[in-house]
Design a protein around this ligand. Structure first.
Ligand code: ZN
Length: 97
């Protein structure tokens, strides 16, 4: 999948809908377990992801040399505070598998 597609998945409304409805960012079907997140090394290091949650089987098209997958049983959806430099909501896996 291209960078443009990844950027499209970052649409704020879509990200929020995926978070609140617990649906997959790629196929929009309900999430089970594990829940997968795709992120850069920096996102993995911070445990804060920008792309919506995914089925593990839906991650393949988003992966490249700069992105890896983590799996979790659950996550927090964290909206930025006013003073945060990063004004995008993030997903923070809380039960890594
Ligand atoms: Zn899916």
């Amino acid at each position: 999948m291209s960078t443009a597609t990844r950027v499209g998945m970052l649409d704020r409304k879509w990200v929020t809908q995926c978070a609140l409805s617990r649906i997959c960012g790629v196929c929009s079907r309900p999430l089970g377990r594990p829940i997968a997140f795709v992120g850069t090394a920096e996102e993995v290091g911070r445990n804060a992801f920008h792309l919506p949650p995914l089925h593990l089987e839906c991650t393949g098209s988003l992966l490249d040399d700069d992105h890896r997958v983590v799996t979790t049983a659950g996550f927090e959806f964290v909206r930025p505070a006013k003073e945060d430099l990063d004004q995008s909501p993030t997903f923070q896996p809380n039960s890594l598998l």
